[in-house]
Unconditional design. Structure first.
Length: 118
């Protein structure tokens, strides 16, 4: 398993941009698939998108075209770039790691709050 720490959360106006970072410990980071999740108030945690060890990215429909995920393996870091944010993007954002580079995530960060204001 890896240890994950998110940063970059905060308050952003609707229509604005924000970038979240997730720093991982461990030497095997490049072999992990990484995902970003969101838990909105009163809702279940949902997968927003993921990036494979090979760099392929996949997104859920609600964020496709607005959010992008990238990784910098030498820095053991994965990013979530959020553009054109909406009020509905408010929530706690979590990064997660998949040792199997699939949809099973076995390490989680502590979460970062993102609040979108009008």
């Amino acid at each position: 398993q890896v240890q994950l720490v998110e940063s970059g959360g905060g308050l952003v106006q609707a229509g604005g941009s924000l970038r979240l970072s997730c720093a991982a410990s461990g030497r095997a980071f490049s072999t992990y698939g990484m995902g970003w999740f969101r838990q909105a108030p009163g809702k279940e945690r949902e997968l927003l998108g993921r990036i494979t060890s090979g760099g392929a990215t996949y997104y859920t429909a609600s964020v496709k075209g607005r959010f992008s995920i990238s990784r910098e393996n030498p820095k053991n870091t994965v990013y979530l770039q959020m553009n054109s944010v909406k009020l509905d993007d408010t929530g706690v954002y979590y990064c997660a790691a998949s040792s199997g580079d699939n949809l099973v995530f076995d390490s989680w960060g502590q979460g970062a709050q993102v609040t979108v204001s009008s």
